[in-house]
Write a protein that binds this ligand. Structure first.
Ligand code: CDP
Length: 793
């Protein structure tokens, strides 16, 4: 393999978007162990930081004795909340305008909360010294059950907030309550169902960590950290620490998976910075697996009541829902400010309704903070699960095939752009062909026949369907910001004299293959082979400002920026070419990689010729300014709305209640497809996530607030053993407002697969009269459901 020209690039140099199976440019580095992760960073004199965490969920801090730890021969510093308080650094803002303790000063609010930290010469000594710290706690009753958090007399968790007398976090509503009530009052059929989306964890392979290097002479901070949003983090550090922003450099090197877990700023990052300031040395902090699972951003944790109203012949009229949202001890949700419930407002799904309404109450509990967008565009996973489950409940009530019910109610292609009853404007969609393609690939009718035969023999085969519309690419500045920072993305492109290029992005890959796909976008627009386009990201000193990668926003926002910046450079190249060919710029025709004179294709100059000329001797034509480079900031006019149809086939063992996912068909529509192989990888990963959430994963707590999912022995992640050979297909409905018609895809499969799997299991259990069972559908939960004893998690 030639590192400089990865295999697969040659054939597609002139038309790289969507063609062939272009291999990933970054893979030679990864498969040879040459990736550079935060834990690979080694600096001279670097010290190591370890965090002491609370063993209990709710307790007043009576005292901390650090004397013995400080006496450890290899310990350089021991820092407590009191030290931070003196520096005015004990509390930090969360991404949701709440505050979170960096280290406990008054009381512990969740098990695993940061209480103190030690900086030592090596990782082992730092850990050893933690055991020498004596902490006295005065135990308080914990609030664990979200349904009881607002009860009279419940212990108040956030007594740090002045005047707070309960555990209420926020209320939110969307849609039209009165119109929905009217529709429900007149409907032939109304179905209600309590549906829980349990707390789960993104569990990236690489845990969170940082290396902080503060230079006291220059007053400069360099921070290598596992962040999905380096620029936004830098601004927050500047605000919290009072350091000038231009003296902070955040580097996000190779990231071993983010899935939303690396969006928030965690106390550990701030501790590493403080550790470097107090010791005058670089300080590394890497959390272990249990710390990651117990203390960092969880996801979901919505207790939902879904209601659906329809006519007897299956026309869906309205959907209504009430949600209790568990936000943990601090509101650490990462969502645009105006959207405290993220994009949950798309709970109306892919259906043309007359009315919809949602009311949500969010509460504090004694659990880790979060509500992060785990492979999900801000709570869309919860919304899609709700609607796709409740539609199946309706199908069961009506005795109607769930595919037929969906086909009957889809928004029609001519209705796009379609404004939902909760105010979202779906840009484009053509749902029926996607559903029919999934049915074709699955052999849907044949599967139903097989199921009927098996049922007659007492075998439990289930077929589950889901259809989703996602809203990705946050977002238009006029609606969306995170802590006041608008969600636009910058992009810079520079073409060197020899025609090689470098594109600088504000988004940050965590494994999605941006180094390849962004090179393809630029290559497509500029006619430069993708192998000749270097992609730079994840370094605030070397990339333009932007809000980072989560919620599948890279392609919709930064992907658009990359296409437009390349077009801007092409416009400049046209001026240079007009001078070279001695014709007016208007008389030039662009064809992949070259301008030629209209009517005379032989009079042509390639982009490489133009690049050399643009840097060469002699004057350039009038109108050409600067170098062959450009910069833009892209403010998306709307989100993009990918969709997909999923069909899952399961077999349930009647003796053990074990669920086996036998087949899974996923047909996705993400508009223009940039790299089919990468898309397929994204889908495979998301589907695997879906199997985990549907069947295995839950972060549960006992009544004392002890986290029961603190290791991968307890928090079960799916492997190749649990998943089938994925069967994928696609349709293409371009986004009308994206320059190349692309929509995001990274999270589609995580969003769409859990309801397909649960619908399949419930379908398998239909002979037992089961209409719903909550995730994760472990054998014990399925067993209970078969015996009519299904219970919420
Ligand atoms: O923001 P994030 O990268 O997680 O999600 P995304 O924008 O959906 O992109 C995930 C990966 O799929 C990136 O490498 C994209 O360039 C690629 N992709 C693609 O090839 N074609 C699309 N229409 C959408 C994404």
């Amino acid at each position: 393999v030639d590192d400089h020209k990865p295999a697969g690039f040659e054939d597609n140099d002139q038309h790289p978007v969507g063609h062939g199976r272009m291999l990933r440019k970054e893979d030679p580095r990864f498969v040879r162990g040459r990736g550079n992760y935060v834990d690979d960073v080694q600096l001279p004199g670097m010290l190591h930081l370890a965090i002491l965490r609370a063993p209990v969920a709710h307790a007043r801090l009576v005292g901390i004795d650090t004397t013995a730890a400080e006496a450890h021969p290899k310990v350089k510093a021991v820092v407590t909340g009191a030290t931070l308080e003196s520096l005015n650094l004990a509390w930090m803002p969360t991404l949701s305008n709440d505050v979170q303790a960096v280290l406990v000063t008054d009381k512990v609010r969740f098990q695993g909360q940061e209480v103190a930290f030690v900086v030592a010469e090596d990782r082992y000594s730092a850990r050893d010294a933690l055991e020498l710290i004596e902490v006295e706690y005065d135990l308080l009753d914990p609030v664990v059950d979200v349904r009881r958090a607002l009860e009279e007399g419940a212990p108040v968790i956030r007594d740090d907030i002045e005047g707070k007398t309960d555990n209420h976090c926020f209320d939110w509503e969307t849609g039209d309550a009165a119109a929905t009530e009217a529709v429900f009052a007149q409907a032939d059929v109304v179905v209600e169902q309590d549906i829980v989306y349990p707390r789960v964890h993104p569990a990236p392979m690489e845990t969170c960590g940082a290396v902080a290097d503060f230079d006291p002479v220059e007053g400069r901070l360099t921070l290598w950290s596992t962040t999905q949003a380096p620029h936004a983090h830098r601004t927050l550090y500047a605000i919290v620490a009072g350091l000038p922003e231009h003296k902070i450099r955040v580097i996000s090197p190779d990231i071993g998976g983010g899935f939303g877990n690396k969006v928030p700023i965690y106390p550990g990052y701030v501790c590493a910075v403080v550790g470097s300031i107090v010791t005058g040395k670089p300080v590394k902090w890497m959390e272990d697996r249990s710390e990651n699972l117990v203390s960092t951003g969880f996801a979901r944790d919505y207790v939902m009541r879904g209601e659906i109203a329809a006519t007897r012949d299956g026309r869906i009229l309205g959907i209504r829902t009430h949600v209790i949202a568990d936000h943990g001890a601090f509101n650490g949700t990462a969502a645009p400010v105006k959207y405290p419930a993220g994009f949950f407002g798309v709970f109306t799904g892919s259906y043309d309704l007359e009315a919809a309404y949602c009311h949500m109450t969010a509460v504090y509990t004694n659990k880790a903070p979060g509500g992060v967008a785990y492979a999900c565009s801000f709570r869309i996973t919860e919304a899609v699960y709700l609607v796709e489950r409740i539609v199946d409940c309706l199908a069961a009530e009506l005795g109607m095939d769930p595919v037929r019910l969906r086909l009957k109610n889809f928004i029609k292609p001519e209705q796009f752009p379609y404004t939902t009853k909760t105010g979202w404007v779906y840009d484009s969609g053509n749902y029926e062909p996607t559903m029919r393609e999934a049915m074709r690939l699955a052999g849907y009718e044949e599967l139903r026949r097989e199921q009927a035969e098996k049922r007659a023999r007492g075998e439990l085969m289930g077929i589950g369907v889901s259809f989703f519309t996602e809203a990705v690419g946050a977002g238009p500045r006029k609606h969306m910001d995170i802590l006041g920072l608008g969600m636009a993305d910058g992009c810079e492109l520079r073409v060197h004299p020899t025609g090689k290029a470098v594109v600088r992005l504000s988004v940050q890959s965590q494994g999605q293959g941006h180094e390849t796909t962004f090179a393809q976008i630029v290559g497509e627009e500029l006619g430069i082979p993708p192998a000749d386009v270097d992609v730079v990201h994840g370094d605030t000193d070397n990339t333009p400002f932007g809000l980072g990668t989560y919620g599948s926003r890279s392609t919709p926002v930064s992907g658009a920026a990359a296409a437009l910046v390349a077009r801007k450079v092409r416009d400049k190249a046209r001026i240079v070419a007009s001078g070279m060919l001695e014709v007016s710029a208007d008389d030039l025709v662009w064809e992949k990689g070259a301008f030629h004179v209209a009517g005379d294709p032989s009079a042509a100059v390639t982009i490489q010729d133009i690049a050399m000329r643009a840097h060469g001797a002699g004057d350039l034509p009038e109108g050409y300014e600067g170098a062959l480079e450009a910069q833009i900031t892209y403010n998306p006019p709307n989100l993009t709305y990918p969709h997909g149809a999923y069909i899952c086939v399961v077999d349930v063992d009647p003796g053990t209640a074990q669920v086996k996912v036998r087949r899974f068909v996923a047909v996705d529509d993400c508009g223009t497809r940039i790299n089919p192989m990468i898309i397929e990888g994204q889908i495979h990963g998301g589907l695997t996530d879906g199997v985990g959430m549907a069947l295995m994963e839950i972060i549960a707590f006992d009544e004392d607030g002890n986290c029961l999912g603190g290791s991968l022995m307890d928090y079960l992640l799916p492997t190749a053993v649990e998943v089938p050979d994925w069967e994928t297909g696609f349709t293409v409905t371009p986004s009308p407002h994206h320059p190349i018609g692309a929509k995001g895809v990274g999270e589609s499969a995580t969003v769409g697969s859990p309801p397909a799997i649960v619908n399949a299991v419930v379908d398998a259990l239909a002979p037992f009269g089961v209409r719903h069972a909550d995730m994760p559908l472990t054998p014990s939960r399925v067993w209970d459901a078969m015996r009519g004893q299904a219970r919420p998690p």
